[in-house]
Write a new protein. Structure first.
Length: 124
């Protein structure tokens, strides 16, 4: 299982790097998934990721506050809405459109339920 998780970690890390380059692709969630995979499979890669100048702060912030920055939430929700809108345009079947809409509600609810870092800072 460890080799599979290591490969999966690098896959998520590649998606996170794309998220840094492409403004419509989220980064934080993929970094956190890569960190989770590496934490269970390779301490060396996990420590390497934590030491990263780009990704390390995101992981450490999540570990400390279990929150997302407002900017990351906005980008994630915008990406979700845009991909949903494109799906609705491309898909012709009303039933499939409804299924896609219902499936998109799950990650939207998860993102909206995660506390916003800036709101936590104000209450402390």
């Amino acid at each position: 299982m460890k080799p599979f998780l290591t490969i999966l970690g690098f896959f998520f890390l590649a998606l996170a790097v794309l998220g840094v380059i492409l403004p419509v692709m989220p980064t934080t969630c993929f970094v956190l998934m890569a960190a989770a995979c590496f934490a269970k499979s390779s301490d060396r890669f996990y420590q390497w990721l934590l030491a990263s100048r780009i990704f390390g702060p995101m992981i450490q912030q999540w570990q400390v506050s279990r929150s997302m920055p407002k900017r990351a939430k906005i980008i994630a929700m915008t990406t979700l809405c845009c991909s949903g809108a494109i799906s609705m345009i491309v898909i012709e079947s009303g039933a499939t459109q409804a299924l896609v809409a219902l499936l998109l509600l799950i990650p939207a609810a998860i993102i909206l339920r995660i506390p916003t870092t800036e709101n936590l800072s104000l209450t402390q």
